[in-house]
Every structure is written in C-alpha cells, then in structure tokens.
Ligand binder design. Structure first.
Ligand SMILES: *Cc1c(COP(=O)(O)O)cnc(C)c1O
Length: 412
C-alpha cells in the first residue's frame, strides 16, 4: 500500500528542516512514539545528566560552601539573563530565575498592585480573564482579598483568547493591574501583546504577562513592546525539568522605586545579605525579587535549555512551530468529517501559538490508551486533547505518527 500523502509530506518536511539536528540533542525516551506534551514538561536536554553529575561531584562535592562565593550567589541573575535574552527579548539586568511560577506571580502581582495603589488609591481593580490558567486566577483572588481589590473579569473565548478591544472595554481610572497570558494555555491563542500593552498604559494601568506558554515557543519582545513585567515557567518550552525555578522580568524603569516592592522580603533579596543586619532593605534592581536561598540545582537544566534555545534562535523555532501546527492541522482536516474532531485553536498564524487543542467527546476515554501506546498528548477537561509540538524536540514524522494513533483510537 502506498504511504499516505500526509506521511510523505511529513518526511519531506523533516528532510528540509534546518532545525532537524536539534531533535537528537534531547534524551530519547524508549517506547515513546510521539511526545505531544513539551508544552507541559519539556524533554531533558541530552547533556543534562552529565551536567548534573559534574555539578554534584565537582562543584557541590568539592567546592562545598565556597561555591556560593565562587558563583552560585549570582546564578539567579545570570540564568535570568540567559532566559531573558533567549526567550523574552529582555536586555540584561531585568530578569531573575527564582521561585515557582505561582510564587513569582504572587510576588510580582502584589508588587505592581501595591505600587499602583500607592500612586493612586482609586486604582482598586485587577483585570484578568476567565480562561486564564487556574493558578493565575487563584493568586489574583488571594491578592484581591488581601488588598480589598475588585476583580474585573474578561469573558475569554476558550477556543481563542483575549483581544485589545476586550481589554479596552474594561480598563480605566480604577484599573491598577491587568494580568493576561501571552499564549493561552488551552487554545494556544497568541494575544496581541504590543496592542494590549498600549491599551493598558493608555488607561494608566500596568500589565503583568504570563509567559508560561510563550517563552521558548513564540517571539517575545518584552523591552520593545514596553512590557511592565512578566512571569513564566522554565520547564515547558525551556526544558528546565519538573518544578524548575521560574523567571520574572521587571522593566528597568520600574526598578528601585520606593513603592514597588515584592512582599516576600527575604535575606537573599536584601542588600548585603551577609551583614545580617536589622531591617530589610531591598537589593538594587531585579535582585530584590529573590527571597530565599536560590534553587541552584534546579537551574542547571534551565541554563542548558536556554542555551539550546539561544543557539537555535527563537525566529527559527517559530518558523518550525508554524510548520508543525500546519501539518497537524492538515492531517486533522484530512480525517473523515464524521469522526467529529474539531480544532479549538486559532487558524491564522499571527494568533496561533505552539500548541493546538483538538476536541472530541471520546478523548477522555482515549487518552489513557494513547499514553499506553507511547503517544502522549494531555487531556484538558471536558473534551480537549492538547498537542504541544515543541519545535526543537519534535519531528514532523512524529506528528504524523501520533495523530494516526489518535485517529485509530477514535475510529475504534
Ligand atoms: C503551567 C502554567 C503555570 C504553572 O505554574 P506553577 O507554579 O509552575 O505550577 C502557571 N500559569 C500558566 C499560564 C501555565 O501555563
């Protein structure tokens, strides 16, 4: 039997892929046919095991506590700059890698909210959207309760995302801060980041971007777009490993303001921490966003992931990403209509991120069977199968094989 046209097409795309060699620079998992969850947990970079071992034996094991003075102390800024340059379009000195995404969201959102209230006590509204990731919504709820703020919800379409028009309709003199995901976790919708930033600033408000699904997947130009702040994961498209410390970006113009302070005042974010003095005084610049002892071990894979991304370049990554999702889309389009699968993601390239969501009532039953076959998407209630097609580690043939398994499971 002749090979299906879409499989031939996939092979051709692999043969022409300028990033093809990067797929060999990740650990390969035995028995995995198609990994579609790089947007949830990226694969380990191939050198990670060696780097971790070297770290244990040669740095931690040999240098012991001296290593803090010899470099570890500045890893939050160093690794932050790597992530900032590779993934955020951020000039050095504005990004640190520190706590979990959730904790950094809390610290940053609280800092921005309090700053706004200090400048203008009438700015008591926090704007966010109903389809933002749960942790973002919960953190905002907690801060609203702490600070007596009102949450203004934008009703976002789960198959697309938040538009500048929707933001414009709710922001005004009462808005303190707007919290939005650059790429929506469900649909993969890429928000108009420069457009929304302008609308927010025109209203005198500040915007905090969640970059969990955009860092390492779509170009981010935090400096050029005039972003105020961003927080995002390093274990998704940055391959930093489960629970890797997250990144926070704060634009330089907001540094060292008496009113803009993150609330978890720990010794590692203090000026001269080893003087052990009475009273907290924030360190200069973005360092003040560090609270306690930095998670050094967790930064080793983050560093490797960011270096690999820098080597490939985000523009090339984005080109491949669009070819990957185009291929997936055309395969799904080639399926019989009565199979009943629909794509719940934006079709136009400008608004499409690195993952697609397919919907079908049979996915809840099918996905454990897919996992057993080594085809690994993730399931998002009630009927969504998310295909995260990490450009550096995913091949076009892998996309065809994974989707063929999905089609077979549905066809029964
Ligand atoms: C993955 C993700 C998170 C995860 O936060 P953690 O603190 O790392 O669990 C938060 N926000 C968004 C938008 C995400 O996609």
């Amino acid at each position: 039997m002749a090979e299906p046209a879409e499989l031939q097409h996939a092979r051709q795309l692999d043969a022409q892929d300028p990033l093809a060699a990067f797929a060999t620079r990740f650990e390969r998992a035995e028995g995995v046919v198609a990994y579609f969850d790089g947007n949830s947990l990226g694969r380990p970079v191939a050198g990670a095991a060696r780097a971790m071992e070297r770290f244990v034996r040669e740095e931690w094991g040999t240098r012991l506590i001296r290593a803090w003075d010899e470099g570890w102390m500045s890893w939050p800024e160093q690794v932050g700059d790597l992530v900032g340059q590779a993934a955020l379009g951020a000039a050095p000195g504005q990004t640190v890698v520190a706590d979990s995404t959730t904790v950094l969201l809390y610290k940053t959102l609280r800092a921005l909210v309090d700053h706004q209230l200090a400048l203008d006590p009438a700015r008591v509204e926090l704007v966010l959207d109903t389809d933002n990731f749960p942790t973002d919504r919960y953190v905002a709820e907690g801060i609203a309760a702490e600070r007596g703020l009102t949450l203004r919800w934008i009703d976002a379409d789960p198959a697309s995302g938040v538009t500048p028009e929707q933001v414009e309709a709710v922001v005004g003199e009462r808005t303190g801060v707007v919290l939005i995901s650059h790429v929506a976790y469900r649909s993969g919708f890429v928000a108009d980041a420069p457009g929304i930033t302008r609308v927010v600033h025109d209203a005198g408000a500040l915007v905090l971007w969640d970059t969990c699904h955009s860092a390492g997947s779509v170009p981010v130009l935090a400096d050029a777009w005039g972003w105020d702040a961003a927080v995002g994961c390093d274990y998704k498209y940055l391959n930093g490993g489960p629970g890797a410390p997250a990144h926070v970006y704060l634009a330089r113009r907001h540094h060292d303001l008496a009113t803009l302070r993150q609330p978890v005042q720990g010794w590692m974010g203090r000026r001269d921490p080893f003087l052990m003095e009475q009273g907290y005084q924030p360190a200069a610049g973005i360092r003040s966003f560090v609270s306690g002892t930095p998670p050094i071990v967790g930064m080793i894979p983050v560093r490797l992931g960011a270096q690999l991304l820098a080597e490939a370049g985000i523009e090339a990554v984005r080109r491949k990403s669009l070819l990957l999702t185009d291929l997936a889309w055309s395969i799904v389009d080639s399926w019989p209509r009565d199979l009943g699968v629909v794509v719940a993601s934006p079709h136009e390239h400008e608004r499409r991120g690195g993952h697609l969501t397919l919907r079908h009532p049979g996915f809840q039953d099918a996905y454990p069977r897919l996992w057993r076959r080594g085809v690994i998407p993730d399931f998002r209630s009630p009927d969504g199968l998310r295909l995260g097609l990490s450009p550096l580690s995913t091949t076009f043939t892998e996309v065809w094989q994974g989707l063929e398994a999905i089609r077979e499971e549905l066809a029964g």
